[in-house]
Design a protein around this ligand. Structure first.
Ligand SMILES: Nc1nc2c(ncn2[C@@H]2O[C@H](COP(=O)(O)OP(=O)(O)OP(=O)(O)O)[C@@H](O)[C@H]2O)c(=O)[nH]1
Ligand SMILES: C[S@@+](CC[C@H](N)C(=O)[O-])C[C@H]1O[C@@H](n2cnc3c(N)ncnc32)[C@H](O)[C@@H]1O
Ligand code: SF4
Ligand code: SF4
Length: 362
């Protein structure tokens, strides 16, 4: 297993299969690949099926035991099933998707070896969903979640980005997963680093505090030192109160409610809180492959992109170099200033990437 200079072993790879998407979510960081907007058709710069598989085989040689397929929207590619089928047996294979293409394909993905899936769902309300994703596909996403559950993917995690426009929906989403066996929830702190709009962020600690108050059990996940809360669902009356409390989660004075009185079921809620979190970065064990064949050591960086080339020897070299040079983003690449802000560490001002950064536009 390869380890970087900060003692972080690399155990996972995240592979963006495309930078295209059928949604245009207002918050999208697109895993650092620039805008998702553009043609929907397959593009010439996308890695071939064979290249993705060869890269995974190289990663397995280095002891990597999990792969996450992401995008853009990974299921816009017709060969996802093929790639999953050909992934090394020793790897846990998962995918993060907006869910719209799961109906009709979830069974084939399971046959191919997909073990679990994360589906992005930011709200339980069609209008809010449409506003956030700039799409009218709410019902289709719900069908996608059902298809994933029916196909036996376990767990099915709902990914919800928590920021000003969604914070009010947190309590309902928490109840939703507590009431539906097979579902789990990831509350993802809004990351403005690539997407801009820092003013949309809310204080994620308030969500931690609120969950802590409701949880029967709290666990720490080794990866990123993330916290997991096990939550009972509430009676309908409590859910109404929780929805009200959710509105106050978005308000500056915060909102903490009393524990549930009528517990029926239990669900897992995990908080993904990377922003300004040096502990999160100190426990980061994955490298990323872009849709057009560049390795990067950190989601937030685009100045260290390394071409994997076409053959396994260049892939091995790029992998080793990427691990050798990867650094925790918060705490090392960025260092905290006296006034609590973050500035780039002079040691990393001269970077040696092979490629110009991907671009975003408003
Ligand atoms: N900054 C940062 N954000 C991350 C990292 N991993 C996940 N995230 C955030 O969480 C989002 C959802 O991640 P997913 O790809 O669904 O899955 P995951 O939580 O990383 O992995 P699993 O829980 O194991 O499925 C990402 O798109 C990021 O916004 C990371 O290493 N660094
Ligand atoms: C970039 S998407 C790619 C996969 C797929 N299209 C989807 O939406 O699930 C991966 C995850 O990143 C999350 N995400 C996108 N932009 C984000 C941001 N600015 N802050 C936090 N999470 C974000 C999305 O919610 C989604 O769960
Ligand atoms: S569905 Fe995923 S990739 Fe597409 S715009 Fe939304 S977050 Fe970005
Ligand atoms: S080092 Fe980069 S990719 Fe890893 S957790 Fe920190 S911000 Fe995320």
């Amino acid at each position: 297993m390869l380890e970087d200079d900060f003692g972080r072993e690399v155990t996972g790879v995240r592979v963006s299969l495309t930078d295209r998407c059928n949604f245009d979510c207002v918050y999208c960081h697109n895993e650092g690949l620039g805008d998702t907007r553009g043609p929907m058709e397959p593009q010439d710069d996308e890695l071939s099926t064979d290249t993705v598989v060869a890269f995974l085989e190289v990663a397995a040689e280095f002891g990597v035991d999990s792969v996450k397929f992401t995008g853009g929207e990974p299921m816009l590619r017709e060969d996802v099933e093929d790639i999953v089928r050909r992934a090394p047996d020793e790897m846990e294979v998962s995918m993060t998707t907006n869910g719209t293409f799961l109906p009709g394909r979830a069974d084939d993905l399971v046959d191919a070896g997909l073990e679990r899936v994360n589906v992005s769902q930011d709200a339980l309300d069609a209008d809010a969903f449409a506003e956030l994703t700039q799409s009218g596909a709410y019902d289709r996403v719900l069908e996608g979640v059902e298809a994933a559950l029916d196909a036996g993917l376990a767990p099915v995690k709902l990914n919800m980005v928590v920021f000003e426009p969604t914070a009010g929906y947190v309590p309902k989403m928490v109840d939703h997963v507590a009431e539906n066996p097979g579902l789990q929830l990831q509350l993802i702190e809004y990351m403005p680093e690539l997407a801009g709009h820092p003013e949309w962020a809310i204080d994620i600690q308030r969500v931690h505090d609120w969950l802590e108050d409701r949880a029967d059990r709290v666990e720490h996940r080794e990866m990123h030192d993330r916290k997991r809360y096990w939550i009972h669902s509430e009676s309908d009356a409590d859910a109404d109160e929780a929805a009200h409390t959710g509105t106050s989660l978005a308000a500056s004075d915060g909102g903490v409610r009393t524990p549930p009185v009528d517990a029926r079921n239990s669900g897992m809620v995990e908080i993904v809180d990377p922003v300004g979190n040096a502990d999160f970065c100190a426990n980061c064990h994955r490298v990323r492959l872009t849709h057009d064949g560049y390795l990067k050591g950190c989601l937030n960086r685009n100045d260290d992109l390394r071409d994997i080339g076409d053959d396994k020897s260049s892939m091995r070299a790029a992998f080793r170099e990427t691990v050798d040079t990867r650094v925790p983003y918060y705490g090392e690449y960025l260092v905290e200033t006296d006034d609590g802000g973050w500035e780039r560490n002079d040691a990393y001002v001269d970077t040696d990437g092979d490629r110009a950064p991907y671009e975003y536009s408003e």
